[in-house]
Write a protein that binds this ligand. Structure first.
Ligand code: ADA
Length: 567
């Protein structure tokens, strides 16, 4: 399941999900031995797509190259589009032995268009490599597990000669009464050998509101821009998340997306949603589970959100990568606000000038924004997490990413999570400043917050960023589920975790400059004990619920505090 609604009614689509042939390539010999032509079936097993291979027996710690194979059947000669919604690391795609394309990433889709794919059976092979090094994103040392595999669906689409590539909606920030001005942007592509005239029909909740004609030269792409006004528009907000179905049809092809009308801005140190101050009460959530890894099942996504809403949250930080589209559809439907980011996590000084990292970071940022541009739930783009932002190298990297974000999207806020709040020289680049700090756990104690916040406000003002709202983007401590007792100061006990969080939250809500809080973290996650040797049980145990979503003591303490704060 990719989306919570159908994006196509005319375009024929199917999923290539299910068991594929799979073989690991620990010696990385498959390329030399041309496994894309001669798949080594004798060593292969069956692997489900989507899934993480590390959840299969014998592959718990496997990091490296692996090959997948599937046969696909074209019922007639047809233009075909393959969409890979998430393949971790490096992905090379081959069809019938021919290399079709390469993508680096993991959490955003990429596509391959096959004009005139011949009728019959074709062999599709994917080489993946999740090896992490000093120029990958994420880095080799990172505090979650480096899963591998095809973690999201693979889609097979039949295309007409002229097809719709993209649909983008900008809605005017000023609403005049119940009407809204929309700037619609559509990209169409032609695979035809001759000039084609196409009638475009735009619809709102299945009712056509605009019909135009366009002419597309052979083999070209065109962008269509339309400005329209919609009447009787209801705003999207956390209480009433009104969504509209926007459709574009050509007669032979179509594309649907959902839009919601809301504004988000920063004024006088507050975050405003539809011109009203909003207090963000949130959690950091990894889209991860011990049984599925990153190939997180849809039903559990909605259960996660039930648990998160019951906690009193109106905000989620998608730490630390773009979440699956189905999950984000649920956010749009439920009126939950979202901070979206790429996995640029913990980059030390010595790698910040690496040009490969820069180009990968920019590509990932661009793909994230393109994929989720139409969503009302996304209110801010995160540029980085805990990168070394104390020197000019960090500054240059954040400048480059924030610059790209602002050039692609002028309607949302730019943020970043700093772990050097009192030495950070990038604060002025953000609309909202995120602070990660673990008093009472890694350092300091639970009484340190008011003093620290005062110091930070003075520092930020000195850096020209004193007027920015602050989100406490990470704070907390670990508790092993079930480790209960009489004492509330024993590290790793459920009681101590609850104490850390309660003291922190009470300090934050007493400070008017704090516009939001994001607890680290929603659920316990698998950690990488080769790189983080002190993670008990092989998990980062700072969840309010454990990895199976069972609540710890802290869940109820936080619920009491969150529910008593006005939204
Ligand atoms: C950091 C980091 C998180 C997590 C956390 C922790 O703040 O951003 O991903 O690793 O520390 O648990 O220490």
């Amino acid at each position: 399941m990719i989306r919570a609604f159908s994006q196509h009614r005319l375009r024929k689509t199917s999923l290539l999900d299910g068991p594929w042939d799979f073989v690991t390539d620990p010696e990385n010999q498959g390329l030399a031995e041309k496994w894309f032509l001669n798949f080594p079936l004798q060593n292969a097993r069956r692997m489900h797509v989507p899934a993480c291979w590390n959840n299969e027996i014998g592959l718990y710690s496997y990091e490296g190259v692996a090959w997948y194979r599937q046969f696909v059947e074209a019922s007639r000669t047809q233009h075909t589009r393959l969409v890979f919604h998430g393949v971790l690391g490096h992905a090379d795609v081959y069809l019938d032995g021919r290399h079709l394309g390469y993508h680096y990433g993991g959490f955003s889709p990429f596509e391959i268009v096959l004009p005139d794919l011949s009728k019959g059976r074709h062999e599709l092979v994917v080489r993946t490599d999740n090896t992490h090094t000093r120029d990958t994103i994420p880095l080799d040392k990172v505090d979650w597990y480096h899963y591998g595999g095809i973690i999201r669906s693979v889609e097979w689409q039949e295309l007409p000669a002229v097809y719709i590539q993209k649909l983008k909606v900008d809605y005017a920030v000023e609403f005049t009464g119940p009407s809204a001005v929309l700037n619609l942007v559509a990209e169409l592509k032609s695979l035809a050998g001759q000039t084609t005239t196409v009638t475009l029909q735009w619809s709102r909740d299945n009712i056509t509101f605009l019909t135009t004609e366009v002419i597309i030269p052979p083999g070209q792409a065109i962008t269509v821009n339309e400005q329209v006004s919609w009447d009787q528009v209801k705003l999207w907000d956390t209480q009433n998340p009104n969504l509209y179905l926007l459709g574009l049809q050509t007669g032979q092809d179509d594309l649907y997306d959902r839009v919601g009308f809301r504004t988000v801005e920063v004024k006088a140190g507050r975050i405003l949603l539809n011109r009203q101050p909003v207090l963000l009460k949130g959690v950091n959530r990894h889209e991860e589970h011990p049984e599925w890894g990153f190939a997180f099942p849809p039903r559990l996504m909605s259960k996660d959100l039930d648990i998160i809403q019951k906690l009193g949250c109106n905000f989620v930080r998608g730490s630390h990568y773009p979440n699956s589209q189905y999950f984000m559809d649920l956010l749009d439907e439920r009126g939950i606000l979202f901070w979206e980011e790429i996995p640029l996590w913990g980059y030390p000084q010595e790698v910040l000038t690496d040009q490969v990292i820069l180009s990968r970071a920019l590509q990932m940022t661009q793909e994230m924004i393109e994929r989720d541009y139409n969503r009302p739930s996304v209110i801010m783009w995160g540029t980085q997490n805990e990168m070394d932002t104390r020197g000019k190298e960090g500054l240059a990297l954040v400048e480059a990413i924030a610059g790209l974000v602002r050039s692609l999207d002028k309607t949302r806020l730019v943020t970043g999570a700093t772990m050097f709040p009192l030495d950070d020289i990038t604060l002025h680049l953000y609309d909202v400043i995120g602070i990660n700090q673990y008093f009472g756990w890694y350092r300091g104690n639970n009484e340190d917050w008011p003093n620290f916040l005062e110091q930070f406000h003075t520092y930020a003002a000195g850096k020209g960023a004193g007027d920015r709202p602050i989100i406490m983007s990470e704070f907390g401590g670990a508790a092993i589920y079930g480790s209960r007792g009489w004492e509330d100061d024993r590290m790793f006990s459920e009681e101590y975790q609850a104490t850390i969080l309660s003291k922190a939250l009470n300090s934050f809500f007493a400070d008017p400059k704090i516009a939001g809080t994001c607890i680290w973290q929603y659920a316990d996650i698998r950690s990488d004990t080769r790189r983080f040797r002190d993670r008990a049980r092989g998990f980062n145990n700072k969840g309010l619920v454990n990895e199976y979503r069972q609540p710890k003591h802290s869940y109820w303490s936080v619920q009491q505090i969150y529910q008593s704060q006005e939204i």
